[in-house]
Design a protein around this ligand. Structure first.
Ligand code: SF4
Length: 108
């Protein structure tokens, strides 16, 4: 089924929306996953979706908008010990499900 959504640019075809641009048709898709899980439906979580591990807070760049650009920013700078990192990894394995994303950076 084809439905004209506006006078000139958009059409709806089989529940999908297409837009004409430069003589070509492009499907308009939601930027979010259509099958996403809403947090309100699953909390409290037994396993977090993602985890951030700041293995180092050192940075030799001085971006003006960042605390690192201040000479005395008061933020601890250093590297995580391998012992602590291994302990964190062991604890992550205790979650009943897999973590979707583990980021090993933050402030450094
Ligand atoms: S931590 Fe990131 S934002 Fe801050 S100075 Fe370093 S690169 Fe720039």
């Amino acid at each position: 089924m084809i439905a004209q959504l506006s006078q000139d640019k958009c059409v709806k075809l089989n529940e999908r929306i297409y837009m004409e641009s430069g003589g070509k048709m492009a499907e308009i898709k939601y930027w979010r996953e259509e099958n996403r899980t809403y947090l309100k439906d699953v909390i409290p979580l037994d396993t977090p979706y993602n985890i951030g591990i700041e293995v180092s807070s050192l940075c030799n760049t001085r971006c003006v908008y960042c605390a690192h650009s201040q000479r005395d920013h008061g933020v601890y700078e250093g590297n995580m010990t391998m012992e602590l990192f291994k302990r964190i990894v062991e604890e992550i394995h205790r979650f009943p499900r897999k973590i979707r994303l583990i980021e090993t950076y933050s402030f450094g």
